[in-house]
Design a protein around this ligand. Structure first.
Ligand SMILES: Cc1cc2nc3c(=O)[nH]c(=O)nc-3n(C[C@H](O)[C@H](O)[C@H](O)COP(=O)(O)OP(=O)(O)OC[C@H]3O[C@@H](n4cnc5c(N)ncnc54)[C@H](O)[C@@H]3O)c2cc1C
Ligand code: SF4
Ligand code: SF4
Length: 1018
C-alpha cells in the first residue's frame, strides 16, 4: 500500500477561529500556530497525559500578552480558555489544555536588568533558568532555586509551580526569591504585585476595581482566617503550594504579598510576564562528597545525620538509576568519582554538598564529616565508601548525571516504563526511611518495579513506578496507586505534591486543604478568574461554580499510542519511548543537541517535536491501514507522484517539513536519555513519503554523488572550473538548490606520492598470499578506509594520514574506494542504502578477516559502519570495526613503535603552543572519550590539547550546502564555533564538514589533529 493522505481528526472550534481572526486584526506581533503539528507538540509535557490544544499563541512582547488578555476580556470572547506554558516540562500535565496555549518561552526571554548592589535581577518570564545563571555568573551571583530541568524550564514555569530542588533547605523555593511580579489577568489589565503593608492592602480593597476585589478576598482568606491557615499548612520545607495562603500574609511584618498567591498557582490566576527576583552570591568554596551504601535504605536512614553535619544539600539515587547511568554517555564523565574499591556492591548513593565562605570553614565541616564516615565504615552500618570531589567541573558533571536521572529511567527496557504521577511526595525527613519502606511495600504488592532518587534532605523522593500505559490494566493502576499514596502521605503528615505541582492531581486538593480552606481557594480563583478560563480545572474551580476539577482519569498518551500495532512501534521504538522530559530543549549553544531546534526556536524542529509527530503519523497511517514499520515495496508512478504535489492538505507534509529541518547530526541518538534516534526514523519516513510524492533533483544528486566522485576526481581542474564558474553556480543553486560546493582536490589523491607509496589492497593480498596478519604483525599495518569527502575534497588529509603511518613505521594499505551509502540513507533511499552497505561491508569484513586494523577519517562515515550498517544488515554486517585515527593510534599502534617516534614527556612541554580541539558533533556525542584520547596522544609529544565544548558547526554533511538552509547553517556557526575560533590561536577540527564551514564562512583553514601531530613529529 502506498502512503495515504492523512487528515487531522480534530479541527478548530468556530469560537477559537473567531478569536484568532480578531487577534490578527490587533497590534499583536507574536506568532500564532494553528497547524496540526504545532498543536501536537503542545499536547504533551513530561506527564502521562495528552491534550490537543486549539492552537498555540507565542507573544513576542509583554504587551502582546496584554493584547491577548484584553481581547479575551471582551464580551464576544468569553468562552476562550487558556493555559500559559513555559518549557513544558511539567510532570502532571500542568500546562496541558484542550483550548489555547499561551507559550511565553519563544520570545519573552530577556534579562532586563541586573542590580548587583541591591542583589536582584529583572527578567521576562520565558527566560530559561540556566540562561539567567549564565548571565549572572560573571557577577559572582546565581538564582538559587534549582530544578533538574534547569537548562530548559522557564522562570515563569518555576514561579507557577513554586519550583525548588537540590539545596532547598538552604536556598528555599522560588517563591522565597520573588520581589515583584508583573502579570496580566483575564480582566485585561496588568497587575504588579509585591509585598505591601496590610494597611495599604486594606485601602486597595476599597477600590471598585478587579484589583480591589482581589485584595478584599485575600484579606478575608489569608488575614482573617490566619489561625485556620497556620493550623492546616504542614510545617514542611516543601510547604503547601497553590495557593499559598500561609505566606501571602506575613503576620510579623504585617505585609500582604499577592506574588505569593500567584507563585505555585499553575497559571490559573494570571499570566506572569516579568519578575524581579533576588539573587544569591555563588559560594566561594564548595565540595561534594559522594557517599556509597550497601543498601538504598541505609542511604535514606543516613540522610538526617548528613544534614546535621551541616550539609548544604543531600541528594540520593538508587541502584536502578545508577545502572541506567552506567549505560549512558553521562557515565564517562563521572565514573571515576563514583566507583569505589569496596568489595560490597553499591546499592545507593548520597551526594553531600558543603559550601562555605572560607576555605577554613569548609575544611572544618569536611573533616568532621569524613571522620563520621570513617566510623560508619568501620561499624559496617551501610556506608561502604566515599569520594571527595572539589573541582567545579567534576561537581558539575555529577549534578548533570543526577539531573538526568528521570530521563535515564525512561531508558528502562521493556514495555513498562517508570512514569511520573506520585513522583514528588514530601514527608518530614526524619520519617522518610519508614515512609519509603511502606511505599515500597505498596508498589511490591502490585508487583511493580520503580526507580528512586531525590532530595533526601527535604524529605522529597522521586519515585517512578514502571507501568505500561498502553495496557488498560496498568493504566487503571494510576488511580489505585494515586489514592493509596495520598493516604500514605497523609499518614506521615506529608504532601502528595512536594515539588512538581498538582496538574491533573488537582482532584486531591480538597482532601489536603480541608473543606474550609479549599473553599477559600475557590473564592480567590473567583476574584481572579470568575469564569474559570485560565488553566481550567487545575487547583480549584471558581467559588460556587459547577465546573469539575481535572482528574487523574483524564485521557492519557497511552490511549493514542496503543492504536499503533506493536510491531510497527518496535521499528520506531525510540520515538515511542520519548517521555517528553525536554532535555533536547537545552538552551546552551555550546552543547550538541539539538541544532535545528536551537536555530529555529521552534519545538516542531526538536527531537521531542519530531518524535511526537512521528507517533501521530504512525497512529494515523495505522488507522488508514498502512504498516509504516515495513519499508514501502511500491510507489506511485512518476506521473502520479508529480500530480500528487497538488495535495497540499495532508499531515504527511507537516511531518516532512519537520524532518527537512533536521541536520541528521545524530546528537539525539546519544545525548537523549532514551536515545531517540531521529535520523533513522526520518530515513524510514522519507522512504514512505516519497512513495507518494516526488523528490527534488538534489536528493538524486546527494544519493549519487558517492558514485560520481571518482570519475569527477579524474578531472578535478575541469570540474572545479565548471562548478565554480558563474553558470555552474547558477545551475547548482537554482536547479538543484545546492550552494557553496567545495572544490575537488588538485592533484587528486591517486596522483600523490604518498598514495603511490602505500600498498593497494591487491598488493597487500599478494604480499600476504592470503595469510592473515598475526597479532604481532597487526600493529605494523593499517587499512585506510576511504570516504567520499576526504578522498576527493581533502586529499591532502589522506596524504598526511599516509605520511603519519609511514612516520610511525606502519605500512598503510589503501582499500579501494567504495560508496558507504550514508548519503542515500540520509535521504531515505533505503533499498539503495542496503545494497551499498552490503557491498562495502563485505569488503571491510574481508580486510578484517585478514587481521588488518581499519581506520577512517570522516567521523560520520566511520560511525555509520557501526550504527546504520548494524540496523540494516544485522548479522549480515559481520564483525569488522573501523576506527577513527585517535582510536587507531591508541589501540593498535604498538607502544614499541610509538616509542621510537614519540618521546614521552613528563609534563606538557613549554616549547609547543597549546592546541584547541573542536570535535565533530557526531563524534563528540557518539564517542565521548575522543577529546580525552587526543589529549593523551598530544601529551606524549609534549603538546597541551584543550578540547573545547561546542555546539554544531551548522554544516552537517549536506545540510549547510542546501540553499534553503544556508542562512540557518551560518547562524549556527555564529552561535558556537565563531566565538570559540575567534579566541583560539591554534584550533584543530576533526570534522570534514566543520573544516569546510570554517573555510566557507571565515576563509579560515583548520587542520585535522593528525596533521598537527605529523608536524610535531617532523
Ligand atoms: C526530568 C524532570 C525533572 C524535574 N525536576 C524538578 C525539580 O528538581 N524541581 C522542581 O521543582 N520541578 C522539577 N520538575 C518539574 C518542572 O520541570 C518544573 O516544575 C518547572 O519549573 C516547570 O517549568 P516550565 O517552564 O517547564 O513550566 P511548564 O511546564 O511550561 O508550566 C508549568 C506550570 O506553570 C504555568 N506557567 C508557565 N509559565 C507561566 C507564566 N509565565 N505565567 C503563568 N503561568 C505559567 C503553566 O500553566 C503550568 O501550570 C522536573 C520535571 C522533569 C521533567
Ligand atoms: S527526545 Fe529525548 S531528550 Fe527530548 S523529550 Fe524526548 S526523551 Fe527527552
Ligand atoms: S539529528 Fe540533530 S538536528 Fe536532527 S533531531 Fe537529532 S539532534 Fe536535532
Amino acid at each position: 500500500m502506498i502512503l495515504p493522505t492523512l487528515s487531522p481528526e480534530q479541527t478548530l472550534q468556530p469560537e477559537y477561529e473567531a478569536f484568532i481572526q480578531a487577534l490578527e486584526r490587533t497590534a499583536f506581533s507574536g506568532d500564532i500556530d494553528l497547524t496540526y503539528a504545532g498543536r501536537l507538540i503542545a499536547s504533551t509535557d513530561n506527564s502521562i497525559y495528552q491534550q490537543l490544544p486549539q492552537g498555540v499563541v507565542y507573544p513576542r512582547t509583554q504587551e502582546d500578552v496584554g493584547i491577548v488578555m484584553a481581547l479575551a476580556a471582551q464580551a464576544a470572547h468569553q468562552q476562550i480558555q487558556f493555559s500559559p506554558r513555559g518549557g513544558g516540562t511539567g510532570t502532571n500535565g500542568q500546562s496541558l489544555t484542550s483550548w489555547l496555549v499561551l507559550d511565553l518561552s519563544r520570545y519573552l526571554t530577556r534579562v532586563l536588568e541586573i542590580n548587583i548592589e541591591e542583589g536582584w535581577v529583572r527578567v521576562e518570564s520565558g527566560l530559561v533558568k540556566d540562561a539567567l545563571n549564565k548571565a549572572l555568573a560573571p557577577h559572582g551571583f546565581f538564582f538559587a532555586p534549582d530544578t533538574s530541568t534547569s537548562n530548559r524550564c522557564t522562570l515563569g514555569g518555576m514561579i507557577n509551580t513554586d519550583a525548588s530542588g537540590q539545596g532547598s533547605l538552604v536556598y528555599g523555593k522560588t517563591s522565597d526569591h520573588i520581589l515583584e511580579l508583573a502579570s496580566y489577568t483575564l480582566h485585561g489589565t496588568r497587575l504588579t504585585t509585591r509585598p505591601i503593608p496590610l494597611k495599604q492592602a486594606r485601602e486597595l480593597a476599597q477600590l471598585a476595581t478587579p484589583e480591589g476585589g482581589i485584595y478584599q478576598q485575600v484579606i478575608k482568606s489569608c488575614v482573617d482566617l490566619r489561625g485556620e491557615v497556620v493550623k492546616r499548612f504542614p510545617p514542611l520545607n516543601r510547604f503547601l503550594t497553590g495557593y499559598d495562603l500561609k505566606h501571602a500574609y506575613d503576620a510579623d511584618s504585617e505585609q500582604v504579598d499577592l506574588s505569593r498567591l500567584i507563585a505555585g498557582s499553575e497559571g490559573t490566576l494570571a499570566v506572569v510576564t516579568e519578575a524581579k527576583l533576588n539573587i544569591t552570591r555563588i559560594p566561594r568554596h564548595k565540595v561534594l562528597v559522594n557517599v556509597t551504601y550497601s543498601s538504598f535504605q541505609s542511604a535514606l536512614r543516613h540522610a538526617p545525620a548528613l544534614v546535621e553535619a551541616q550539609a548544604t544539600s543531600v541528594e540520593t539515587i538508587d541502584s536502578k538509576v545508577l545502572d541506567l547511568a552506567r549505560n549512558d554517555i553521562v557515565w564517562h564523565g563521572v565514573k571515576d568519582m563514583l566507583e569505589s574499591d569496596s568489595a560490597t556492591p553499591m546499592d545507593g548513593i548520597n551526594m553531600v554538598e558543603f559550601t562555605a565562605t572560607s576555605e577554613y570553614a569548609l575544611e572544618k565541616k569536611l573533616t568532621s564529616l569524613t571522620s563520621m564516615l570513617d566510623d560508619s565504615i568501620r561499624q559496617q552500618n551501610g556506608v561502604i565508601g566515599y569520594q571527595i570531589c572539589d573541582d567545579p567541573a567534576s561537581i558539575g558533571r555529577i549534578y548533570a548525571m543526577r539531573k538526568k536521572a528521570v530521563g535515564l529511567l525512561g531508558a528502562t527496557k521493556g514495555a513498562r516504563k517508570p512514569i511520573a504521577f506520585v513522583e514528588d511526595t514530601a514527608v518530614p525527613p526524619e520519617h522518610l526511611a519508614d515512609y519509603i519502606s511502606e511505599f515500597r511495600d505498596l508498589l511490591d504488592a502490585h508487583q511493580l518495579n520503580y526507580g528512586m532518587f531525590g532530595h533526601v534532605d527535604a524529605g522529597v523522593l522521586h519515585v517512578r513506578p514502571a507501568l505500561n500505559m498502553q495496557d488498560p490494566e496498568d493504566e487503571a493502576l494510576v488511580r489505585t496507586i494515586s489514592d493509596q499514596v495520598v493516604a500514605l502521605t497523609a499518614k506521615y503528615k506529608g504532601l502528595m505534591w512536594g515539588e512538581h505541582g498538582k496538574g491533573f492531581r488537582s482532584e486531591y486538593g480538597p482532601e489536603f486543604f480541608g473543606e474550609l480552606l479549599y473553599q477559600e481557594l475557590c473564592k480567590l480563583k473567583a476574584v481572579f478568574d470568575p469564569l474559570n478560563r485560565l488553566n481550567p480545572g487545575k487547583i480549584c474551580t471558581p467559588y460556587q461554580s459547577q465546573q469539575a476539577l481535572v482528574s487523574v482519569d483524564a485521557t492519557k498518551r497511552g490511549w493514542f499510542d496503543r492504536q499503533i500495532p506493536l510491531a510497527t512501534q518496535g521499528v520506531y521504538q525510540t520515538a515511542m519511548d520519548c517521555n517528553g522530559n525536554g532535555l533536547c530543549f537545552n538552551f546552551d549553544k555550546d552543547t550538541p543537541m539539538c541544532p535545528s531546534y536551537r536555530v529555529t526556536g521552534d519545538r516542531r524542529y526538536s527531537p521531542k517535536g519530531r518524535a511526537s509527530l512521528l507517533r501521530e503519523w504512525l497512529r494515523l497511517t495505522s488507522l488508514a491501514g498502512l504498516d509504516a514499520g515495513i519499508e514501502p515495496k511500491a510507489r506511485a508512478s512518476w506521473w502520479q507522484r508529480w500530480r500528487n504535489r497538488k495535495q497540499t492538505d495532508d499531515f504527511n507534509h507537516e511531518v516532512k517539513a519537520s524532518m527537512d529541518e533536521c541536520l541528521a547530526c545524530k546528537a539525539c541518538g546519544s545525548q537523549c536519555p532514551v536515545k531517540v534516534d531521529i535520523p533513522s526514523h526520518r530515513a524510514r519516513f522519507l522512504a514512505h513519503y516519497h512513495s507518494r510524492y516526488g523528490r527534488p533533483l538534489k536528493d538524486y544528486l546527494v544519493k549519487n554523488i558517492e558514485h560520481w566522485l571518482p570519475r569527477m576526481a579524474a578531472h578535478p581542474r575541469l570540474i572545479n572550473s565548471l562548478m565554480g564558474g558563474r553558470p555552474g553556480r547558477w545551475v547548482s543553486a537554482e536547479l538543484l538548490g545546492y550552494v557553496d560546493a567545495p572544490n575537488l582536490s588538485v592533484p587528486a589523491l591517486t596522483r600523490r606520492d604518498a598514495y603511490r607509496k602505500a600498498l593497494s589492497w591487491q598488493q597487500f593480498l599478494e604480499l600476504r598470499q592470503g595469510n592473515a596478519l598475526n597479532e604481532a604483525e597487526q600493529s605494523h599495518f593499517v587499512g585506510i578506509v576511504q570516504d567520499p569527502f576526504t578522498s576527493f575534497y581533502e586529499a591532502e588529509l589522506v596524504e598526511d594520514l599516509l605520511k603519519l603511518a609511514a612516520r610511525l613505521g606502519v605500512q598503510a594499505v589503501i582499500l579501494p574506494y567504495r560508496a558507504n551509502g550514508k548519503a542515500a540513507h540520509v535521504k531515505g533511499f533505503l533499498a539503495e542504502f542496503r545494497q551499498l552497505a552490503r557491498v562495502q561491508a563485505q569488503q571491510l569484513q574481508q580486510a578484517a578477516d585478514m587481521g588488518l586494523p581499519l581506520v577512517g577519517l570522516d567521523a560520520s562515515t566511520v560511525l555509520c559502519y557501526a550504527d546504520e550498517y548494524q540496523q540494516f544488515l544485522g548479522a549480515e554486517r559481520g564483525n569488522f570495526k573501523v576506527k577513527l585515527v585517535q582510536q587507531w593510534l591508541q589501540e593498535d599502534v604498538d607502544e614499541s613503535i610509538l616509542r621510537d617516534f614519540i618521546k614521552p614527556v613528563p609534563a606538557p612541554a613549554s616549547h609547543e603552543q597549546p592546541v584547541d580541539l573542536l570535535l565533530h558533533c557526531t563524534e563528540q556525542t557518539e564517542l565521548p572519550q575522543s577529546g580525552a584520547s587526543w589529549q593523551q596522544i598530544f601529551a606524549k609529544v609534549g603538546v597541551e590539547c584543550r578540547p573545547l565544548q561546542t555546539g554544531c558547526c551548522g554544516m552537517a554533511g549536506t545540510y549547510g550546502h542546501e540553499a534553503e538552509h544556508q542562512a540557518k547553517s551560518k547562524q549556527l556557526y555564529a552561535m558556537s564555533w565563531q566565538p570559540k575560533l575567534a579566541s583560539s590561536e591554534k584550533p584543530l577540527a576533526t570534522g570534514f564538514s566543520c573544516r569546510c564551514q570554517a573555510q566557507r564562512v571565515e576563509q579560515r583553514r583548520l587542520q585535522h589533529p593528525l596533521q598537527h601531530l605529523l608536524q610535531v613529529l617532523s
